[in-house]
Design a protein. Structure first.
Length: 292
């Protein structure tokens, strides 16, 4: 009797393992196919300014849009994660140094990346939040490109992305924003310029950068990846919504909540939000408070 039970237990486990291997193989093949798909969009072009005001605006956007969190303070790229579970995720070298952008990388290529989430060859960018940058105004898009095109060259050759099983499974299930090209409305036109007046309208434009983690409704939800904390609701109905504007601004510039909790920058990039102006943070608060 015991021998028969062990036999059927072994068969059941073997079948379960085979099913798991087949399922993972299917997911992996599917993800590889999606990552290697070539996209073709109408080539876009905008005038790229060279004045000091545009450069200053571009530098500010690089700071508040999280570009340096992924690509490094010099924008020459870095390995963001490298472990067996999630795998190796790499932010590319955005300079024109060795290992960086090709010499013929032009404004249209920048737009393809920022607006559509694709490389110069039409292949998808990996883990690049183009679904957020695509919503930049034309004025800000031009300023961002202008600044990035003149940053100093840095020679830094980086390894390729290499997805681990957790990244493959979560991406396949739509739990990890790996391919922004699939999330973008590619027919949506850029607005000419964003509202620069302090208030909820400006806050709504700035909040685009919060949607990647806190979701499009800013209500938060489950962790972005295994080992990460749950994402909080930052609207009026959440705990953060109970903070005063002064407490909100202090938290996003110091990394410490009114309750005394010290935020980890890798969980909540407060070092990035600390680069916002007080007027921008005030506008962001006003907008989030307008959401029930």
């Amino acid at each position: 009797m015991i021998r028969k039970i062990l036999k059927w237990t072994g068969i059941t486990l073997s079948v379960a393992m085979l099913a798991a291997v087949c399922t993972y193989t299917y997911m992996s093949v599917s993800m590889r196919s999606r990552m290697n798909k070539t996209y073709v969009f109408d080539q876009e072009s905008i005038a790229i300014p060279a004045d000091s005001a545009a450069m200053a605006r571009g530098k500010h956007l690089v700071a508040i849009k999280g570009c340096q969190d992924c690509h490094g303070s010099d924008l020459a790229g870095k390995v963001m994660n490298d472990d067996g579970a999630i795998g190796r995720l790499v932010a590319g070298n955005l300079t024109f140094g060795k290992g960086g952008l090709p010499a013929d990388y032009n404004a249209s290529d920048w737009l393809a990346a920022l607006r559509h989430g694709i490389h110069q060859d039409g292949k998808p960018l990996i883990f690049m939040p183009s679904h957020e940058t695509t919503l930049l105004s034309q004025q800000d898009m031009a300023a961002l490109i202008a600044y990035c095109r003149q940053i100093p060259k840095v020679d830094r050759v980086l390894p390729a992305n290499d997805l681990g099983p957790v990244a493959v499974i979560m991406s396949y299930l739509g739990k990890m924003p790996l391919l922004s090209v699939e999330k973008i409305d590619h027919n949506k036109s850029m607005i000419a310029r964003a509202d620069s007046t302090e208030g909820a309208a400006q806050g709504q434009y700035l909040a685009i950068s919060c949607s990647g983690c806190h979701r499009e409704n800013f209500k938060g939800g489950e962790p972005l990846a295994p080992g990460f904390p749950p994402v909080p609701d930052i609207t009026r109905s959440g705990h953060v919504g109970k903070w005063t504007k002064a407490q909100f601004i202090t938290t996003l510039t110091s990394g410490q909540t009114p309750e005394g909790h010290v935020l980890k920058n890798e969980d909540m990039p407060w070092k990035m939000t600390a680069q916002y102006t007080r007027s921008e943070l005030s506008s962001l608060y006003d907008y989030l408070q307008s959401i029930q």
